[in-house]
Ligand binder design. Structure first.
Ligand SMILES: [Zn+2]
Length: 171
């Protein structure tokens, strides 16, 4: 299993709901958590099915120190309030951009046992969910940056003090 990089038509697939949670799916989700953990700079905090070439709706997301397995997620409602996030993606390495997203969302999804969970999310987790649910609809954060007329930045390395350096780019 490896992470598909843009541009690739597989990243544009609109996923279909998972019909049955079986051991094969759970094994895939476990592998996705392992794969996400291998990304350190930037740190992997989420990975969607489309990013590993699969076509059903699920993703993994880091919640504090643990990873959640999220199946068939739906956003039920959004906060009016939005916030700009400096966002990157494992499928678009070294490129970052500012994306405006809802500060909190109400979601429903199935957990790995197949139980329906309804949750209000805010902060980093709300942001990760919006990014990953976009992936399940074939949308990349770069599309959001363009649609919001935001700016792109390229990570060019670290300076002598160890601070990350970004340069504005157009893509
Ligand atoms: Zn992504």
């Amino acid at each position: 299993m490896e992470v598909i990089k843009a541009p690739n038509s597989k990243l544009r697939i609109k996923t279909k709901p998972v019909k049955k949670i079986n051991p094969g799916l759970l094994k895939t989700l476990t592998e996705m958590v392992k794969l996400t953990k291998t990304f350190k700079n930037p740190e992997g905090v989420g990975l969607a099915s489309t990013q590993v070439g699969l076509e059903e709706s699920f993703f993994v997301a880091k919640n504090n120190k643990k990873f959640m397995m999220v199946i068939n997620p739906k956003i039920l409602s959004n906060s009016k309030k939005t916030k700009s996030y400096f966002e990157g993606c494992l499928s678009i390495p070294t490129i970052w951009g500012e994306v405006n997203r809802h500060t909190s969302i109400k979601v429903s999804y199935l957990d790995k046992k197949g139980e329906t969970i309804i949750q209000e999310l805010s902060g980093v987790l709300a942001w990760i969910f919006q990014h990953e649910i976009d992936h399940l609809n074939g949308i990349l954060f770069a599309d959001r940056v363009l649609e919001q007329k935001g700016k792109f930045y390229k990570f060019t390395g670290q300076d002598q003090t160890g601070t990350d350096v970004f340069e504005e780019v157009s893509i």
